[in-house]
Design a protein. Structure first.
Length: 103
């Protein structure tokens, strides 16, 4: 049997976006429109501060945060850093954890 690319696609993302669509409310100004999405996937504290600054001036922070939590998103949503839809305090460092030094 020949396997195609669509056979291996996961439909979770489609399902969750269908259940929690992004509202297109007239007059609601999303501060992130036109920005590179990578801004909201911070790799360090400076990048996190940049993302939070964008959110600070946004009219849609409450809606955005609700979407991020409902969709179990990662990154900055509504001015809050999320991991699997749950707020976290600091940016997770990528790669292997640093070795603990003996005391």
């Amino acid at each position: 049997m020949k396997t195609t690319m669509t056979d291996s696609l996961d439909t979770w993302g489609v399902t969750i976006a269908y259940e929690h669509p992004t509202p297109h409310t007239p007059g609601l100004a999303w501060g992130c429109v036109g920005l590179d999405p990578e801004v909201f996937d911070p790799v360090d504290e400076a990048a996190l501060a940049e993302a939070l600054a964008v959110c600070a001036g946004c009219d849609a922070v409450a809606t955005c945060l609700a979407l991020g939590v409902a969709r179990r998103e990662w990154g900055v949503w509504g001015g809050v850093l999320l991991e699997n839809g749950k707020p976290i305090d600091t940016v997770k460092q990528r790669g292997r954890p640093k070795k603990a030094t003996a005391a």
